[in-house]
Every structure is written in C-alpha cells, then in structure tokens.
Design a protein around this ligand. Sequence first.
Ligand code: HGY
Ligand code: MN
Ligand code: MN
Length: 416
Amino acid sequence: MNSEIKKLSIDADRLWSDLAAMAEIGPGVGSGNNRQSLTDADRDGRLLFQSWCEAANCSVSVDPMGNMFARRAGTDPDAMAVMVGSHLDTQPTGGRYDGVLGVLAGLEVVRTLNDLGIKTERPIEIVNWSNEEGARFAPPMLASGVFAGVYERDWAYARTDADGLRFGDELERIGFKGCERGDDIAPHAYLELHIEQGPILEDEGIDIGVVTHGQGLKWLRVTLTGREAHAGSTPMPRRANAGLGAARITELVEQIALEHAPHAVGTVGQVNVYPNSPNIVPGRVDLTIDFRHPQTDTLIDIETRFRAGVATMADEIGLGFTIEDVGGFDPVAFDAALLAQVRQASTALGLSHRDIVSGAGHDACWVNRIAPTAMIFCPCIDGLSHNENEAITREWAAAGADVLLHVALEAAGIAC
Ligand code: HGY
Ligand code: MN
Ligand code: MN
C-alpha cells in the first residue's frame, strides 16, 4: 500500500455526529436506544440510513428479509462486492453503538472514498442486517442466517413476538419486505466493525481487537407446568409450583456455567410467570436459556447436563416441562487472510491490536459460512453493552473505522 494511501483516514467528526443523529431515533429511557426490530423506530432508522446512503451516491436494495444493501459501484461491474456492515436494531434497553457503529462506519468508508475520488475495482456494499438482536423475534442473527442459508425464509417469517405478531407481517407493515437479489449473493468478502461488548481491550489499553473467532451459542426456551393454587390455603407439600422450578433452573444454569469456567457463560434472561398474581402459586413459567462457549464439545456437554438437570428438578417438584431448541451456532473461525490484513492495517496506522474471541454473537458468524469474513473490535467503556449506558470514545470509533477503511480498500482493489 503506497504511502499516500497509508495516510488515508475517515472523517471522525462526521461519523461521531452520524452516531448521535441515529441515536435520536428510538430513544431509550436513559442515554441509550429502544429501536427494536421491525418497530416504527426501526423503520425510521432504516429510512434515515437509506437517505444518507443515497446522498453518498449508493443504490440501496432490500432483500426479502429486509436486509439493506447500499452499493457503491466499482469499475468492474461483474466483480462480487466487498460488504461492510452490521445492524441498526437494538435491544429494548440497548446502547447507541452496538451494531450501529459497524453500519455507520461502513457509510463513512464510502463517504471518504467519495471525498477523495478513489474508485475501487469491486463494488462496496454497506449492509444493515435485519433482526440481529433477537430480543423481539428469536433467534438472534435471524436475517443474516437466512442470507447465509442457515434458516428457511418461511420459518423466519413465522417467528412471533410476545404479542403474537409475525416477523413477515411486521416486515411488510414497515415497508421493508424486499425482493430477491439474484442467484449468486455471496460477497467477495465481508467485514464488520463492532464494539467489543466486553472489558478486555479497555483493560489492556488496546485500540483494536482482531476477532479470530466467535464463540458458540445455544438458545433454549423452557416451559414449566405445575398447578395454579391458592397461595394461602394450599399446604407446601401439596404444591406443584412452577415458580420454584424457575428458581431452581436459574440456579442450575449458574452452576453449570461455573462448572465449565473460565470460558462458559450461562444466562436466564427472560422469565414469564403465569398467571403472575401475588396470591396464586404459579402454574406455568416460560424461561429463556442462553449458553455460550468457545468449544463445540463443551457446549454440547453443557446442554446435556442442563437437560438432565431440568428433568431431575421437575421430577422432584412434580412439574411438567418442555425444552425448545430456539437456535444457536457452533464456534466460528474467521478468515485468516483478512485477519492478517486487519493486523497489518492496525500496525500501519500506529494502532495497538491483539487477537480476541468474540463473546457476543454477530451477523458475521453466519456470513462467515458463505464468504471470507473478518471482524474488527473497538473497546467500550467498562466493557458495558446491552445497557443504556454503553459508551465508547470518538477516538476508538475513528480508529476502528480507519482500519475498516484500509482493509475494505485492500479487498476491493484500488482502480484509480
Ligand atoms: O446475543 C448476542 O450475542 C448479540 O448481541 N445479539
Ligand atoms: Mn451487535
Ligand atoms: Mn447486541
């Protein structure tokens, strides 16, 4: 890469103000966002993103899952694109950088190339993946999963939220149910900049995370059925208390994760108690279970241990139970050649970097199945994410976007 190109960098102020402008849409209760998948707020965020891309001379297309692709033409019309992207949907109490940084940094890469009049051989496509979070419609990374051939589209369309609304209907309602992108949709390469969502980079004072792997994830949904009964007149030995079962399961998840320390994590994130009345013994409880680990065999062992533990507990308390496999994926290894370019670009830009495994799941984990894929992390303050106080510095955002710019340029080839 010649010395002129080496000095290329994005416009940090423009990126930072874009992040602030996008955060205005779907504000949370605190300083974060509630721009959940396929809500009106998600629609408004998509429309703002689309207007910015069109102003940057990109042509925007939408596929049948609502994934958005903003294409900057290359000099070779037949070349497969280099994709740079992430997601604009947020958790219900999410931060303003999770996913959003990767999408808007992709836009900043395109704007910078426009400003400098640099043409690339391959097209560059900025991507906003629908429904990465999976908070409203499970599982997470649903639409990138359909794109990568992991899920059938009709199965994805049938996913429902807590109010029974279908993904396919909500996609149509917000006007983002698009059309096929043609046969060969796999990109030449896919790059995703994302906040680390953990404490390692900040603790070690490192600028860039070179994400070598994404850990494996397993989502289960457990339904416990007992018997509703009067809280006052039902003797303890005569109860089939689904609420007690939920407490035991929460303890079991914690215990299993700790048994597989230091890498395993286990979370009961959602507990819905029925009928949820102060003086009725709960007759039913639905719980979501989220297990993660970098090794597939350990993840299988964790799930086996959990299923056995639920059966034993249910027998002891006298509960019925079902365990639904909601989704997940095996640990992924990202593309070695692209990762080498991430390290090289970081070094050339004078940025410290270290290899790191992603604790969170990302759309890149699915796209990695159909194209060479790499992720770039920037630090986040206190490693906090999926929390309205999620925060990064302008410098971290700019450094990550500069690395994204250089790796994308290398992959797309400079035409002139
Ligand atoms: O759950 C995840 O890891 C991602 O943030 N959706
Ligand atoms: Mn994310
Ligand atoms: Mn997230």
